[in-house]
Every structure is written in structure tokens, then in C-alpha cells.
Design a protein around this ligand. Structure first.
Ligand SMILES: Nc1ncnc2c1ncn2[C@@H]1O[C@H](COP(=O)(O)OP(=O)(O)OP(=O)(O)O)[C@@H](O)[C@H]1O
Length: 269
């Protein structure tokens, strides 16, 4: 079974200038599907297409076997939860208000949340180590705390797929590791399927090292240049072709954790 399938998808903000063209791939249940590629290659644009924000010029998207265009908003919310890259802070909602919004999206739209929705939101906060944050104002959180709250909101939605756009863009090492540990937990324990765009290629290796089923799609100039496991795709040769850099891979074995990683060495002029 396929959770998400893109068939020959093309999109441009103007019809004459396509950002990506004829993109096809399938995301399987219980895997992390990482979208990587240079700045401006179209990762966010592709994610916005999967979310139904960008209407493709050509091609189709199937979510759980149904055409995206045929899903009603509530059905969509039961399939896909989204964790944005940045969040404009507007009203000083409490953290609990923000997290409970995940539940209302998947159930009955507007109206006051009932106690079971609140309970579900509290559970998510606890699962992400945010117990005690319920009454904090989300406008007063740090970037790292806010990111975890947005993941808690998506978790509360109980969707089958979680889509994350650059989930660690503004995070320090500790919070980056927390997000990677949470993603590992979401896949292994909550049986979610994850689609995420990231610039941090070592995150794909982290997941591979942690025995999380992981595949990587490398985007370049509007096409998929390579698709496969992190070790198959994040190679010196692919990074030379796509990022125009020399790099090397290495492994460490500290604290019982075998880790493979890639190190950028030099721009190719
Ligand atoms: N709303 C928009 N209207 C017109 N062009 C846009 C719009 N959003 C993005 N673009 C252009 O589309 C291209 C792809 O942008 P996108 O943000 O999808 O890339 P990205 O791979 O996510 O980049 P980054 O890694 O820097 O976040 C870029 O050339 C960008 O300037």
C-alpha cells in the first residue's frame, strides 16, 4: 500500500516557468521520506503542492489511494498533519489552545473544544516532554519550544502522515536531537509516516543509523536527481553533482551508537 503518491507532477507559480517538472514518487507506510536539495530547488513548493496549496499544472497526487483533489477538508486532516517551517505569532493563545487546534481540524471544525479534545492535547504535550507548558503563552516561547509545540499540535490531529518543512531550521543541537528522537518515536511507536524537507543531510543518516526505514529524494533543478536510502543517495558523487561541493563520509562508534555522517569539505569552483 502507498500512503502518498505523486504522478508526473509539474508546478510553476507562472505557467511558463515551472519550479519542478514530472515528479513521481511513492511514500510507503511507516517510512521517513526526506526531501533534500539546494536552496531554491523547490522543496517547500513541492510540500505546498502535497498540502493542496499549490495546484499542479500537470499530474496528480494520491493520498491513501484517493485523489487529493477529492478529499474534503476533514478527510484531508485525517490523512495529513503539517508542521510548518515558521509560524507567525498572532494572538497570545496558550500552548494548550494551539495544540487543541490539531484536534478540531480533524474532527468538527469550529466551536469550543470539548474535554476529550483537551485531554488528547494534554497527552500530546506530555508525550513530547511539554507537561507544564499548557498555560504558557505561545507568543512567549523560544523557537525550539515552539517547534515542539507545533509537532504536538500535529500529533494531536491523529493523521496518518506528518509533513514537516525544515523541522530543525532554527534549533540548537539539543533541540535538533530532540526532534530527531521524536521523529524516530513517531515512526516506531506511533506508526506514522513522515515526509520532511531538510537541509541537514546527517538527519537522514541519523534515522538510518537508528534503524528507521528512511528514503531520500534529492531534488535538483526541478527534477528528482536520485532517490533511495540515505547511504545510496547522500554520496560524494551526488553532492558533487548537485551541491557542487567536495565532501566525505565517516563513521563513529561512541556510547554504543554507530553513526555515519557526511562532512562538507570544499566548494568546487
Ligand atoms: N510564492 C512564490 N511566487 C513566486 N515564486 C516563488 C514563490 N515561492 C517560491 N518561489 C520560487 O520558487 C523557487 C523554489 O522555492 P522554494 O522555496 O520551494 O525552494 P526550497 O528548495 O524550499 O528553498 P530553501 O532551501 O531555500 O528553503 C525559488 O526560485 C523561489 O524564488
Amino acid at each position: 500500500m502507498t500512503m502518498l503518491r505523486l504522478n508526473n507532477l509539474s508546478f510553476g507559480y507562472t505557467p511558463r516557468q515551472l519550479i519542478f517538472e514530472n515528479i513521481s514518487f511513492a511514500v510507503h507506510p511507516g517510512e521517513v521520506f526526506c526531501i533534500i536539495g539546494p536552496n531554491g530547488c523547490g522543496k517547500t513548493t513541492l510540500i505546498d503542492s502535497i498540502l493542496g496549496i499549490n495546484q499542479p499544472q500537470q499530474g496528480t497526487i494520491e493520498v491513501g489511494g484517493t485523489q487529493l483533489a477529492q478529499l474534503k477538508p476533514r478527510e484531508f486532516a485525517q490523512q495529513i498533519a503539517y508542521v510548518p517551517q515558521s509560524h507567525t505569532k498572532t494572538f497570545p493563545y496558550t500552548v494548550l489552545d494551539i495544540v487543541v487546534m490539531g484536534r478540531t481540524a480533524a474532527t468538527r471544525g469550529f466551536g469550543s473544544p470539548d474535554s476529550s479534545q483537551q485531554q488528547r492535547a494534554r497527552e500530546s504535550l506530555e508525550q513530547l516532554g511539554l507537561k507544564g507548558f499548557e498555560e504558557r503563552l505561545y507568543t512567549e516561547l523560544s523557537g525550539g519550544e515552539l517547534q515542539l509545540v507545533l509537532i504536538a499540535r500535529a500529533l494531536t490531529q491523529d493523521a496518518r502522515i506528518m509533513v514537516l518543512d525544515e523541522p530543525t531550521a532554527h534549533l540548537d543541537f539539543r533541540h535538533e536531537l530532540m526532534v530527531m528522537e521524536i521523529i524516530t518515536w513517531l515512526v516506531k511507536e506511533k506508526e506514522l509516516t513522515i515526509v520532511m524537507a531538510t537541509h541537514f543531510l546527517n538527519q537522514a543518516f541519523y534515522l538510518e543509523n537508528a534503524a528507521v526505514p528512511t528514503r531520500v529524494a534529492l531534488m535538483d533543478q526541478g527534477k528528482i536527481a536520485a532517490i533511495g536510502t540515505p547511504s545510496e543517495v547522500i554520496t560524494k558523487s551526488n553532492l558533487k553533482d548537485v551541491f557542487k561541493i567536495n565532501s566525505t563520509t565517516a563513521t563513529t562508534n561512541e556510547e554504543g551508537l554507530q553513526r555515519k555522517f557526511i562532512v562538507p569539505l570544499k566548494n568546487i569552483r
